[in-house]
Design a protein around this ligand. Structure first.
Ligand code: ADP
Ligand code: MG
Length: 233
C-alpha cells in the first residue's frame, strides 16, 4: 500500500530549523491497522500529513499504491488525496453550516458525482455509522462521538484505499473513544487499511501493529495481539 524510505522533514524556526523526522523507513501492506505512537511533539502528525499528501518531506522516498509522491502540483495532490485517502481528525473538521448528510456528501461532490447519487451514497454511509436519523442535523446539534461518526462516514464516502486518522479519539471520553475504535476495527475487518496516530496506549493496543517514534526515528515497530472492542450502535 505504501512505502517510505529515509524520509526527512525540518521546519524553519527563525534562522535555524527543527529537524523533526530524521530518516523514517516504513512499509504498510493492504489490510493492516497500524498505530503511530510517540510523545507530544515527536512528529506523528508531521509524518501522517506527509503520508496524507498534505505536506511534503524535504528528502526521502514515498510511494503510495505504486505511485511516487514527489513534487506534485497542488491539483495533482488533491486528485491523489481524493482517489486514495480518507482523513479523520481529532477535532472532526466538519463544515459547521452543513448538515451531517451534506458533510458526508462533500468528497463525492469533489469527485464530480451528481447530487441525487451523492446524497444517496452519503445516506448509505451515515446509516453504516448509525446516524441516519441525524442526517439533517448540524454539527453543533450532535455530540462529539456523533460528529466523529459523521467524519468517519465522510472519510469513507469516496471509498479510499487508506484511512488516515490523527488522534481520532483525542477529543472524546473513554466510552465514546471505544465506540469510535469499534467502528474503525469493523472497517479494518471489512478490509480497509488504517493508519492512525495516537498517544494513548490503550487505543494503540486496539490496532494490529504499533510503530513508535522517538527523536525523529522509528524506535520500535511491533505486530501485537489486537484488543477488540464491541460496538454498541
Ligand atoms: P506530534 O503530532 O507528535 O505531537 P508534530 O508532528 O505536530 O508532533 O510536531 C513535531 C514538532 O514539529 C513539534 O515540535 C512542533 O512544534 C513542530 N512543528 C509542527 N508543525 C510545524 C510547523 N508548521 N512549523 C514549525 N514547527 C512545526
Ligand atoms: Mg499531533
Amino acid at each position: 500500500m505504501l512505502e517510505i524510505n529515509q524520509l526527512h522533514k525540518s521546519y524553519p524556526i527563525g534562522d535555524s530549523s527543527l529537524h523533526v523526522l530524521k530518516g523514517i523507513d516504513l512499509a504498510i501492506e493492504s489490510g493492516e491497522m497500524v498505530a503511530i505512537m510517540g510523545s507530544s511533539g515527536s512528529g506523528k502528525s508531521t509524518l501522517l500529513n506527509i503520508i496524507g499528501i498534505l505536506d511534503e518531506a524535504d528528502s526521502g522516498e514515498y510511494i503510495l499504491d505504486g505511485l511516487p509522491i514527489k513534487n506534485l502540483t497542488e491539483k495533482k495532490a488533491a486528485i491523489y488525496r481524493n482517489k486514495f485517502l480518507g482523513f479523520i481528525f481529532q477535532s472532526f473538521n466538519l463544515i459547521k453550516y452543513k448538515n451531517a448528510l451534506e458533510n458526508v456528501a462533500l468528497p463525492l461532490y469533489y469527485q464530480g458525482m451528481k447530487r441525487k447519487e451523492r446524497l444517496e451514497k452519503a445516506m448509505f454511509h451515515l446509516e453504516k455509522v448509525g446516524l441516519a436519523p441525524w442526517a439533517h442535523h448540524l454539527p453543533k446539534e450532535l455530540s462529539g462521538g456523533q460528529n466523529q461518526r459523521v467524519a468517519i462516514a465522510r472519510a469513507l464516502a469516496a471509498n479510499p484505499k487508506l484511512l488516515l486518522a490523527d488522534e481520532p479519539t483525542g477529543a472524546l471520553d473513554t466510552k465514546t473513544s471505544y465506540e469510535i475504535m469499534a467502528f474503525i476495527q469493523q472497517l479494518n475487518d471489512e478490509g480497509k487499511t488504517i493508519l492512525m496516530v495516537t498517544h494513548e496506549e490503550d487505543i494503540a493496543n486496539m490496532c494490529k501493529r504499533v510503530v513508535r517514534l522517538r527523536d525523529g526515528v522509528i524506535m520500535e515497530d511491533t505486530k501485537i495481539e489486537q484488543v477488540r472492542v464491541k460496538q454498541h450502535v
